[in-house]
Design a protein around this ligand. Sequence first.
Ligand SMILES: Cc1cc2nc3c(=O)[nH]c(=O)nc-3n(C[C@H](O)[C@H](O)[C@H](O)COP(=O)(O)O)c2cc1C
Ligand SMILES: C[S@@+](CC[C@H](N)C(=O)[O-])C[C@H]1O[C@@H](n2cnc3c(N)ncnc32)[C@H](O)[C@@H]1O
Length: 398
Amino acid sequence: MEESTAYRQIPPTTLLSPAPVVLVSCAEAARPENRNLITVAWTGTVNTKPPMVSVSVKPSRYSYGMIADSGEFVVNLVDENLCRAADYCGVRSGRDVNKAEEMNLRWRPAEGMRAAPALEGAPVSLSCRVRKHMELGSHTMFIGEVVAASVREDLMDEEGGIRLERAGLVAYNHGLYQRLGETLGFFGYAVSRPEVYARRMEQAGARPVFELKSARYQAAEILRAALRPGDRVIDATMGNGHDTAMLCSLVGPEGHVDAFDIQPAALKATEERLARLGFSARAALHQAGHQEISQYVTAPVKASVFNLGWLPGGDHTVTTRTETTLSAVRQAAELLLPLGVLVICVYPGHPEGRREKAALEQWLASLPPRRFNVLAQSFLNAGPDAPVCYTAQRQPHS
Ligand SMILES: Cc1cc2nc3c(=O)[nH]c(=O)nc-3n(C[C@H](O)[C@H](O)[C@H](O)COP(=O)(O)O)c2cc1C
Ligand SMILES: C[S@@+](CC[C@H](N)C(=O)[O-])C[C@H]1O[C@@H](n2cnc3c(N)ncnc32)[C@H](O)[C@@H]1O
């Protein structure tokens, strides 16, 4: 016999995971002001046309009577902000406490419902009318037709597309609430063309496979490790907007990117790229030299990114220059939050790049270690002209 993976038999169980976890809102038909929330993980999509979802509820739940009598319920998706409330609403009964009040939750009217309300702030709310119910044993499954659906405005992109990957949805994984993580692919990616694959993965903020590849790649790795949704950052050399777009994706809809370039062509390329990706609202594009950064940005930032040199595909004589670069990196260092990073890629393959590299190394090496840790990443076997990535991180308590 061939060697095979070992398994252990366990008693039959519903180990179907991850499950969605939702907050179902409902109300008494006769007294709609009496409203309740129940956390439900036994929920699923059961039909497309008409759109139908199911929720399985034990008859002992307080919510059961409300759903059965009113013939209505609203499925509210749960994001990280609602996660604690979802747990609370799953371990306390509306018979004993007013769960919405206890968790500071507010209601909003649900389109298409007579009594059941929607939950204010939920990323998505589905108004459901009960079409069938099935007593299955421990639970009764209510099959609801979705008669109306609403999506929080910040989850819509400029083209009217729904960007649910930005919602920070929570999955229920065998007793644990877990944040949805990295994008591994998209519907049909197994057969998509390479250019479609690249665009869609960038749009979704997917983390590429780790490769020890280039200075720019090292810079991106550092930024992915350092940045969190909601951060404010600077792209000091916008160019064609690849870095601006990556930063927009890392800081998310709550974050902000201030990007600089002196060339109108760079602003145009970046503006178009951000629009294509649905990131326009996350960035302010300044046609200004980065040596003027502190005139535009006064609030502290989590990162400043410099990708020096010239605009790829543009005029090679318009390049960053040692004096202005030094002035800009000094200002950028002053704007860093504790644990913030200054990430610089320099290209010593041309005379001005060589001067920039020497001047930057001198300045970076002089930074006081109690304020900054400074790292140089260079490819030792790629020759003296190979690009180098420098990172200076502000010390946590400096
Ligand atoms: C993560 C989680 C998932 C749950 N899923 C279900 C479910 O699918 N069906 C159900 O009847 N109860 C489920 N519960 C339990 C109810 O939410 C819980 O009994 C709640 O207190 C009932 O509230 P009520 O009495 O106000 O209706 C779940 C609880 C948690 C924490
Ligand atoms: C290598 S490119 C940047 C590439 C870009 N980060 C990207 O992802 O596409 C360098 C850019 O710096 C710009 N630049 C040159 N001097 C500048 C200055 N003083 N302030 C801001 N940008 C400058 C150039 O116009 C060029 O577009």
